[in-house]
Write a protein that binds this ligand. Structure first.
Ligand SMILES: C[S@@+](CC[C@H](N)C(=O)[O-])C[C@H]1O[C@@H](n2cnc3c(N)ncnc32)[C@H](O)[C@@H]1O
Length: 232
């Protein structure tokens, strides 16, 4: 119910919208391809988000902040009967992914190019099978911690839209953000961490293709953690 949802008024998107100059082919993809794939939040949400896709899909997965879309493109090719909603407000990242889609189309992908919190509030309750958040902006300075995507309000959103038994995957190379996420999830209470041995967070997820930010973390000598939580 809308009145149970966290208020958007005190929140905002803190990341960058634009980077390097957009090349002409990327600009064309943004103006021609994105409007066809964008989820329209001004329309009422479907009762079942599988109806957002032009072909039958069995389940729906949301990837928040997909960057250049390396994981999204790989995962949507590996699982053609899963519908993927990818969110990325950074225009250059979205343009990179759209060019990959032009080369290798994915009919099971829909996109949103603004704050994922707005999309989460639009989606019906208990409608997603999984939420992926890989290498979110770490905001290392203490005065910026409140900008981190993992916070009580967004975890409450996850708890609302995930189906019972649905999962939330979080990868990060920033130890402080990993510990922060474990504490915030435990305090919020809708999700249970699935780990019994250290390998459960040291090993990447099955079929993991890596991401651009992960490659940078490895180059700079940082070791990621791969967390998985389940909606209880
Ligand atoms: C550090 S990058 C990681 C990108 C990608 N996941 C990877 O691993 O290469 C974090 C991304 O999250 C996006 N982001 C930040 N805030 C967001 C929000 N509120 N909703 C959706 N995406 C967001 C940023 O635009 C940025 O591209």
């Amino acid at each position: 119910m809308a009145e149970d949802r966290p208020s958007r008024t005190a929140e905002a998107f803190f990341g960058r919208r634009h980077g390097k100059t957009i090349r002409p082919m990327q600009a064309a993809a943004l103006s021609d391809v994105l409007p066809r794939l964008r989820v329209d939040l001004s329309s009422p949400a479907p009762t079942d988000p599988r109806d957002l896709f032009p072909l039958p899909v069995e389940r729906v997965v949301l990837e928040i902040g997909f960057g250049g879309g390396e994981h999204l493109h790989h995962a949507s090719g590996e699982s053609p009967t899963t519908g993927f909603i990818g969110v990325e407000p950074f225009v250059n990242g979205m343009a990179t992914f759209l060019r990959a889609l032009e080369r290798e189309p994915r009919p099971n992908v829909r996109l949103y190019d603004d704050d994922a919190a707005a999309l989460l509030d639009w989606l019906p309750a208990a409608s997603l099978d999984r939420i992926d958040l890989f290498y979110p902006d770490p905001w290392p300075k203490k005065r910026h911690w409140k900008r981190r995507f993992v916070n009580r309000a967004n975890l409450t959103r996850f708890g609302r839209v995930l189906k019972p038994g649905g999962s939330f995957r979080f990868a990060s190379d920033i130890d402080h953000y990993v510990n922060w996420t474990l504490l915030e999830v435990a305090a919020q209470g809708d999700l249970a961490w699935q780990a019994e041995t250290p390998d459960d967070w040291r090993r990447p997820y099955p079929g993991w293709p890596g991401t651009r930010y992960e490659a940078k973390a490895f180059r700079e000598g940082r070791t990621p953690a791969y967390l998985r939580f389940v909606k209880v």
